[in-house]
Design a protein around this ligand. Structure first.
Ligand SMILES: Cc1ncc(C[n+]2csc(CCOP(=O)(O)OP(=O)(O)O)c2C)c(N)n1
Ligand SMILES: [Mg+2]
Length: 390
């Protein structure tokens, strides 16, 4: 059987299954040079979060499993960038930076920002008492009503019914909030994916279902979850009578365009959409799967293994954004060579490959987490059954 490798459309050629706006009406046309600079900075931040945790774990300073979003940062950054603070997100394991990058446009250190702080998220990863999860888990099983982040669960596609319920309630209360749900392409095979996308479509709910197609669901390649007659996961949208957009998941501006088109549509009452972002999972499913993934992917791609990796690295989201900035005359070719974090794995980069303020910002989170105490032992048996009840 022919091996499936998802196309990574360039921003010029990426297509939408419904009629796209003319280029000058695309949402990106309203972005300023400062916005674009900020987008690049946020890509660096998401990448640095990832590489820093991998290094901390290799140094033995961190326990628990890491689910890397390396190479998928443009999906997180580009989709969050145009949201209002009062919008909701429903993330899953691959989107850990989303918890602290939500509403970052309001100011990274703005205490009124409607997103978690980097301190809270690092404390979560370190399993400290200062974290939302209070050491019950080190990863994404957290949420916050105040920050408008739906508590992430491990149930694939469970992000969508929860999102539909939240925005349905918001609409009944007269609100205009939109909810972005993040899902891997593997979760589209779940029954609840169908139920929830259908419910949101029928009720015209402001739910945007993002499919992060990183071409692998644990050890299952896309070839085994997409029928031959269907070209894309976004193509499923037609069956629900809603638009399905395809974005180049390596290009933050393309993600921004497609997600904002879906968000604007949702906010104006036209209902839900699917946005598939084509990317490539950089490592194993989690770091526990790295060695095995190297074997099963090598087996799958065969002789093309090195070529596939080289192609995906060439289209690193940081590199793609730098090329945009150079093309727009907002960065010189010489400047683009500075801080070369792109195209390198975690162990190949060091702090000098990142902007100083990005390193400083994340250090504040890490230092807070390391200095925080663990939760008291007696908490171990709490919050499972009703406290004080029988
Ligand atoms: C309902 C359900 N079935 C199986 C699992 C186990 N599981 C966790 S992640 C995962 C693969 C997810 O792949 P995908 O949706 O493509 O997301 P990715 O990890 O690639 O971001 C599986 C099978 C689960 N968490 N929930
Ligand atoms: Mg996947």
């Amino acid at each position: 059987m022919e091996q499936y490798v998802a196309k990574s459309p360039s921003s010029e050629s990426s297509k939408m299954s419904s009629d796209p706006a003319a280029p000058d009406l695309q949402p990106r046309s309203a972005l300023t040079p400062d916005d674009r600079k900020e987008l690049l900075k946020q890509l660096y931040l998401a990448r640095y979060f990832d590489v820093r945790l991998i290094k901390e774990k290799k140094r033995g300073r961190l326990r628990g499993t890491l689910y890397s979003s390396h190479n998928q940062e443009a999906i997180i950054v580009g989709s969050l960038f145009g949201l209002k603070g009062t919008d909701w997100i429903s993330p899953i394991h691959r989107d850990m930076p989303a918890f602290f990058m939500k509403d970052m446009r309001a100011g990274w250190r703005n205490p009124d920002r409607i997103g978690m702080s980097v301190q809270e998220v690092c404390a979560q990863v370190w399993g400290k008492a200062t974290s939302p999860g209070r050491a019950r888990d080190n990863w994404s099983h957290i949420g916050s009503r105040a920050k408008r982040i739906i508590c992430s669960t491990s149930m694939l596609a469970g992000t969508i019914p929860a999102a539909a319920g939240v925005v349905y309630a918001d609409r009944l209360d007269g609100g205009d909030a939109v909810c972005l749900t993040f899902n891997g392409e593997g979760s589209t095979a779940q029954g609840v994916f169908h139920e929830a996308v259908n419910f949101a479509a029928v009720r015209k709910l402001p739910v945007v279902t993002i499919i992060e197609n990183n071409q692998w669901a644990y050890g299952t390649p896309v070839r085994d979850s997409l029928p031959e007659g269907l070209e894309s996961f976004a193509g499923r949208a037609a069956g629900y009578g809603i638009p399905g957009y395809i974005a180049d998941g390596q290009d933050v501006l393309d993600v921004y365009d497609k997600v904002m088109t879906a968000v604007n549509r949702a906010r104006s009452g036209e209902g839900s959409s699917i946005v598939e972002c084509i990317s490539f999972r950089a490592y194993g499913h989690g770091d526990h799967d790295d060695d095995r993934a190297a074997r099963y992917r090598r087996e799958f791609y065969g002789d093309r293994w090195e070529e596939v990796i080289a192609e995906e690295r060439e289209r690193d989201p940081i590199a793609v954004m730098k090329r945009h900035l150079v093309g727009l005359g907002e960065m010189t070719a010489e400047e683009a060579k500075l801080m070369p974090a792109e195209g390198k794995s975690a162990m190949e980069v060091n702090d000098l490959d990142f902007p100083e303020d990005v390193v400083k910002y994340l250090n504040e989170g890490v230092e807070f987490a390391v200095a925080s105490p663990p939760p008291p032992a007696e908490e171990g048996s709490m919050w499972v059954f009703k406290e004080g009840g029988r």
